[in-house]
Ligand binder design. Structure first.
Ligand code: AMP
Length: 210
């Protein structure tokens, strides 16, 4: 867990590779659906562009289907889900039915000024999906991917006015989940302002991998 821009996608991806289980990012699944113009994408697009949350039943359905795939049998890293109490309760119910449980909830803490700086500078390659940042990881050639030469773009929801809305949505709808998980003793809160590699080490320690 973490507000938009806290680095949860980056950390979830590294952790998933390290542990050898899939990363399931609802934001990525929704963006792919929008790009492909599927019925799911058409339904989700308007919410995402506004910085609002996609309705609970839609994302719960995505997670229900995805976690039943074969590659999830040894576990998975959820990234960007759950984001509301209703989603967390649905997840608990799904896990109870499947005989599983949540091992840990990692929450990344980053102050708001830093989040806005990170998000507004974020750029992604349209061809290969590689991530760049205009301040901290600029491409060698402006607006061109270093890896494949594809064009870089800014996510529609990474524009300043939408960023403010997403942060507000996080505070109102997602932050209450912190207490929900704290009460169960599975919450690991970490400083998300350090270097990517340092944070990853702390996460691995917190979840008992190292
Ligand atoms: P992210 O890439 O995690 O920042 O997600 C981008 C956008 O996708 C969010 O601003 C929401 O509109 C939508 N989204 C992703 N995950 C969820 C979720 N668990 N619940 C509702 N909306 C979501």
């Amino acid at each position: 867990m973490g507000p938009p821009g806290s680095g949860k996608g980056t950390q979830a991806q590294i952790l998933a590779e390290r542990v050898g289980v899939p990363q399931i990012a609802t934001g990525d699944i929704l963006r792919a659906a929008v790009q492909e113009g599927t019925p799911l994408g058409r339904e989700a697009r308007d919410y995402m562009d506004r910085g609002a949350l996609v309705p609970d039943e839609v994302v719960i359905g995505i997670i229900r289907d995805r976690t039943q795939k074969q590659d999830c049998s040894a576990g998975y890293i959820l990234d960007g889900f759950p984001r509301t109490i209703a989603q967390a309760e649905a997840l608990d119910q799904m896990l109870t039915e499947a005989g599983g449980e949540i091992d840990f909830v990692v929450s990344l803490l980053v102050n708001e000024e830093e989040l806005v700086r990170r998000l507004s500078g974020r750029r992604t390659c349209r061809s290969c999906g590689a991530g760049f940042h205009i301040y901290s990881r600029p491409p060698q050639k402006r607006r061109v991917c270093d890896l494949c030469g594809g064009p870089l773009y800014q996510r529609d929801d990474d524009r300043e006015e939408t960023i403010r809305e997403r942060l507000l949505v996080y505070r109102r709808q997602t932050q209450p989940l912190i207490e929900y998980y704290r009460g169960r003793g599975i919450l690991k809160e970490l400083n998300g302002s350090r270097e990517i590699g340092e944070i990853q080490e702390k996460i691995l320690e917190a979840v008992g991998v190292i």
